[in-house]
Design a protein around this ligand. Structure first.
Ligand code: YRO
Length: 316
């Protein structure tokens, strides 16, 4: 039997394989984006941008978590980025023949988001715009993704400003009523072509017992959790939105550090699969390893292409 074919399609665009970085990891500077382009990733995304550049929060703001057989991360980066123009400049010179490019947007206000979206639209590039719905909202209110009225307004305004297919990045939800409410809003927008699940699990607290202290400086130690801790939460959200949003593409993100994890995301309904914590920890070589492991697992199961099992999760 010949080696499995890992190639796939995203909105009719051909990709060599379903892997890409998670936004925030290896994508803040052009040197990192160029290295991603040269890597074995099938696609790539830029760091969520604001209107103008930001330093982000004071360090330490990212912590690797180790435990008995567990690998994870906690972060409160605070949106360090070079400003939207920097990433649109990169997008203007990106080689789209090599792999698709996603442009992640996380403005500090609705107006900032609309300004960035208008700039992306007017640049007329084949870039894939993704709105981070965990972007800041009015201080004292929940992030837009956890405030369905704010989410509805933001998605509606961005859709009418952009007038082309776009996607959203969602944080995890933990209640079927919330899956239903979010999906209902997303399904009202035909231009909303894909949904990326999940962002980090928000506001976790990790404690260093020996030092009796927090492990990151910002927000009194509270930060977004990633890695092994979040895989089942990510799979649940991928599958929940795959079931509720027929006709929309799902991008899976969360807890991927082996080919088996990639396989599980694809089985749950993801079309592309992102790598965050494992990319941060292992570097760009993670993509060739995950592709090799995925191919080996597919071969052992007798699958010759991703379409043989994508979205085919069985229930009992
Ligand atoms: O701290 C970040 O820049 C960050 N970290 C994440 O794990 N996910 C994110 O979406 C972001 C950027 C957005 C925000 C959490 C700072 C509002």
């Amino acid at each position: 039997m010949s080696a499995p074919d890992l190639s796939t399609e995203f909105l009719s665009l051909p990709l060599a394989n379903p892997l890409m970085n998670a936004s925030g990891v290896w994508c803040t500077r052009v040197a990192e984006l160029e290295a991603l382009l040269d890597s074995a990733a099938g696609a790539m995304v830029t760091k969520s941008c604001t209107l103008t550049r930001r330093d982000g929060n004071p360090e330490p703001r990212y912590r690797t978590l180790t435990g008995p057989g567990l690998a994870g991360s906690l972060n409160s980066m605070g949106l360090p980025n070079e400003g939207h123009g920097y990433y649109l400049d990169y997008a203007a010179q990106h080689d789209y023949e090599q792999k698709p490019l996603f442009f992640s947007v996380s403005g500090l206000t609705l107006d900032d988001n609309l300004t960035i979206v208008a700039a992306a639209r007017d640049a007329v590039l084949p870039v894939q715009l993704e709105l981070n719905l965990s972007c800041p909202n009015v201080p004292g209110k929940a992030q837009p993704a956890y405030d369905f009225a704010a989410m509805d307004e933001l998605v509606t305004e961005v859709a009418s400003a952009y007038r082309r297919p776009f996607g959203v990045k969602l944080p995890p939800y933990f209640d079927f009523a919330h899956f239903d409410a979010a999906a209902e809003i997303l399904n009202r927008h035909d231009h909303l072509a894909w949904v990326t699940c999940i962002n980090s699990v928000g506001n976790a607290l990790v404690i260093d017992t020996a030092n009796e202290s927090t492990v990151i400086r910002p927000k009194d130690g509270f930060g977004g959790l990633g890695g092994d801790y979040v895989l089942p939460i990510a799979l649940a959200n991928v599958n929940a939105f795959h079931r509720r949003c027929p006709g929309k593409v799902i991008i899976g993100c969360g807890g991927v550090r082996s080919g088996e994890h990639v396989f599980q995301h694809l089985l749950a309904g993801a079309t592309l699969v992102q790598v965050g914590t494992a990319l941060y920890e292992e570097g760009l070589g993670v993509f060739s390893r995950l592709n090799r492991e995925l191919a080996r697992l597919m071969e052992s199961k007798g699958y010759s292409r991703i379409a043989d099992f994508q979205g085919a999760l069985r229930t009992l």
